[in-house]
Design a protein. Structure first.
Length: 301
């Protein structure tokens, strides 16, 4: 004859013989070892709920960030006003600390009617067959913008058949986001350069900032410190996103990017983001402060 068992979840006495709870006192030394099928099912459901809650909590405190392959791509580190760390500078390029797209520094390019092209160049390690996204920001400072004053981005490697030269032209004096996709046919360092030229012998001035080369399919996960975290919901939406705890984040800039790194035009007001004008797909909500760069993934359906 089996002895009764104390159900430690309900503190009631369970009889293995009848498969029911009974109105008797069980010894605390004979605790639950066999449980009814209904009770086992409930416990499994509770464990499943706990596991899902843990996964959701982990997701909500994780940030997804892209690894920039350009060392000092944000153009923040300068040895002096004409020496940009990790970059080669040619001709009239200097540090600008009064007008920036991101952070505290940008690079000023100035060309006169017949002077050599201003240029900056960096080595970027790339892997054969991966489609990378190259993004940067530029601002035309002078008033004579137009089709004769290109801002040129070039990425090349000796012996490589996949090289890219891309010219951008300004139509105003605002900061402009530029994005290009590039797939190398070799593994190794590629030369990434930015320069300006004049085709009408008239000089002009341009600012360049926030240069990035990244693999959009390769996301790294970083924990967010609670003092500057923010919450965004829902993570799957038909159009509207809502943000909480922004009062804990000081001097922030909010941006939305697609999976190719292209910045999207959205409306952000009253702690909400309107994605209704965007195509369905995956997007990245980026919040940048002076000390943090936090990105969260959402799905527009």
């Amino acid at each position: 004859m089996s002895s009764n068992i104390l159900d430690t979840n309900t503190q009631r006495c369970y009889s293995p013989e009848t498969g029911t709870y009974i109105q008797e006192v069980c010894s605390p030394y004979n605790q639950l070892a066999i449980m009814p099928k209904k009770l086992n099912t409930n416990i499994k459901l509770n464990l499943m709920k706990t596991k899902l809650l843990f996964l959701f909590t982990f997701y909500s405190i994780a940030s997804f960030s892209q690894t920039n392959l350009v060392t000092n791509g944000n153009l923040e580190s300068w040895t002096n006003s004409t020496t940009l760390d990790n970059w080669t500078i040619e001709n009239n390029v200097s540090q600008n600390t009064t007008d920036t797209a991101e952070g505290n520094s940008s690079a000023t390019f100035i060309i006169s009617d017949n002077t050599p092209k201003p240029l900056i160049l960096a080595k970027v390690p790339l892997t054969n067959g991966i489609e990378y996204t190259i993004t940067y920001k530029f601002k035309y400072v002078s008033s004579n913008f137009g089709g004769t004053h290109p801002i040129t981005m070039k990425i090349i490697r000796a012996g490589s058949a996949t090289t890219t030269t891309n010219n951008s032209f300004a139509s105003n004096n605002n900061w402009v986001d530029k994005s290009i996709n590039f797939t190398p046919d070799q593994t190794g360092d590629y030369d990434l350069s930015f320069s300006i030229a004049t085709f009408d012998n008239n000089g002009f001035e341009v600012l360049i900032d926030d240069i990035k080369v990244f693999d959009p399919s390769n996301l790294s996960v970083n924990d967010i410190e609670s003092k500057e975290s923010f919450k965004i919901y829902p993570t799957i939406t038909d159009g509207s996103l809502y943000l909480e705890q922004l009062e804990q984040v000081n001097n922030f800039k909010l941006s939305v990017y697609d999976i190719n790194g292209r910045k999207q035009n959205v409306i952000f007001e009253n702690n909400s983001i309107d994605l209704s004008g965007l195509a369905n797909g995956m997007y990245f909500i980026n919040l940048k402060t002076n000390t943090k760069n936090i990105t969260k993934k959402v799905i527009k359906r």
